[in-house]
Design a protein around this ligand. Structure first.
Ligand SMILES: C[C@H]1O[C@@H](n2cnc3c(O)ncnc32)[C@H](O)[C@@H]1O
Ligand SMILES: [Zn+2]
Length: 431
């Protein structure tokens, strides 16, 4: 491969390690050098980052990308009714084409708001992988498995997961990895969860699952298995460092200890938890106990967007009101949740999540000369409390420019919007 290099010149750099000024040289897919000044001689592409803030691309650790097609379809409902009466009946009409269109739309939205890596659980994941490949983004994808105790369904779900692993793991120059996606302890049988654990151990794959999202789920799991969700999962030997659990709202103190001792990673999804009125996760307690808590948007049908800047603000504000303490979940902590903690949750802390030499060049540039973040004083504060996805101007993933000066480079935005609009209309007319 011919060496491609990009120089990001004179940026204000911000990551979990703090703030500094400097230039960043990218060679192929990685950061080669970070110095106060780097000569542009022999460089293929120079980006003048004077007056710009350079941050790591956000890591969104819980998404259902193709659900962009269902945006605004079923608002103002509780999770159970939302899933049973609206979302699952619609999902019965999905196909690969629709999932591809919805995933492309999600990729556009994520690039435009500075996300470079995401953890996605859904259906027709080989079609989703195709969209991710075209977009230039990095993703962990998993087939969402639900068996409701039906043996035939369980076998079919495992078969589909294995097919996706064979077809997509390592795709797009390694930007796409495959994980296992048992939906939740209330939709998956004990046997299915056991098989998932064995496959994860055998192939070294991550497990992505929804757990302890609602009080109703806790009641259901207690009625069926006699224990709260995380205690039940621990008793069956399911939990480990490779598990990333979304939501984790309703937790007892013993469950928090289990999460810590098993090294389970969490994805906190405040907007979705608020919109479905699921509850408020005890994020401050979890972080103080040493649990790795990252941030995710969930799908666009329960959020209703994929903007990690907005999600950071919601996360911070929600903890402050839960604790009635304005010092709770400060801006610096929530920025870490959206970057390095996300990388750690996906087992990629050595590769992404901060701006360091030898890490992947997954970066976003914010234009600091925007009215919403003027006067430019405290970058972390402005990012979390004042900025939104629209303030992201340029995005690089794996050393490729995906957006420059607000123009998408890897995808044709107009085409994607048209494709998704048509797919959504056709799909909804079938239901
Ligand atoms: C993959 C399946 O998961 C469903 N889903 C989307 N969001 C949520 C949520 O917040 N809790 C539980 N299940 C969810 C999605 O519709 C797919 O059926
Ligand atoms: Zn979800």
């Amino acid at each position: 491969m011919e060496t491609e290099n990009i120089l990001i010149k004179d940026a204000q750099i911000l990551d979990a390690h703090g703030q500094r000024k400097g230039s960043v040289l990218i060679e192929n897919d990685k950061i080669k050098e970070i110095s106060p000044s780097i000569s542009p001689e022999g460089v293929n592409k120079v980006i003048n980052a004077e007056g710009k803030l350079l941050i790591p691309g956000f890591v969104n650790t819980h998404t259902h990308l193709s659900m962009t097609l269902f945006r605004g379809i079923a608002d103002d409902l509780k999770l159970e009714k939302w899933l049973n009466d609206y979302i699952w009946p619609l999902e019965a009409h999905l196909n690969g084409e629709y999932c591809y269109a919805g995933a492309l739309l999600g990729c556009v939205e994520m690039i435009k708001s500075g996300t470079t890596t995401f953890n996605d659980m859904y259906f027709y994941m080989d079609h989703v992988a195709e969209a991710v490949k075209e977009s230039g983004l990095r993703a962990v994808i998993s087939h969402g498995m639900i068996d409701f105790g039906d043996e035939k369904k369980r076998k079919a779900e495992i078969k589909e997961s294995k097919r996706i692993i064979r077809k997509c793991h390592g795709m797009a120059d390694g930007r796409i990895k495959v994980a296992l996606g048992p939906h939740s302890p209330y939709t998956c049988s004990r046997q299915l969860l056991d098989e998932v654990r064995s496959l994860a151990d055998k192939y070294g794959l991550l497990i992505h699952i929804h757990v302890a999202e609602t009080e109703d789920e806790v009641r259901q799991v207690k009625d069926k298995y006699g224990e709260r969700p995380f205690i039940y999962l621990d008793e069956i030997g399911f939990l480990g460092e490779d598990v990333i659990a979304a939501h984790a709202v309703w937790l007892s103190s013993s469950e928090i200890h289990i999460l810590r001792s098993r090294g389970v990673k969490l994805s906190h999804n405040p907007a979705s938890n608020m919109k479905l009125a699921s509850g408020v996760s005890p994020v401050e307690e979890l972080i103080n106990m040493g649990v790795c808590v990252s941030l995710g948007t969930d799908g666009a049908a329960s959020n209703n967007n994929l903007d990690m800047l907005e999600e950071m603000k919601i996360a911070a504000l929600l903890q402050k009101i839960k604790k009635m303490d304005p010092t709770a979940l400060d801006a610096g902590t929530v920025f870490k949740m959206a970057t390095i903690n996300g990388a750690a949750a996906l087992g990629m802390a050595d590769e992404i999540g901060t701006i360091e030499v030898d890490k992947k060049a997954d970066l976003a540039l914010i234009n600091t000369r925007r009215s919403s973040i003027t006067p430019w004083r405290n970058p972390t504060s402005h990012l979390v409390y004042a900025a939104s996805g629209c303030d992201v101007e340029s995005v690089i993933c794996n050393g490729e420019i995906l957006m420059e000066n607000d123009k998408l480079e890897s995808l044709d935005e107009k085409y994607v919007i048209e494709l998704a609009e048509n797919a959504a209309e056709e799909l909804i007319s079938k239901a």
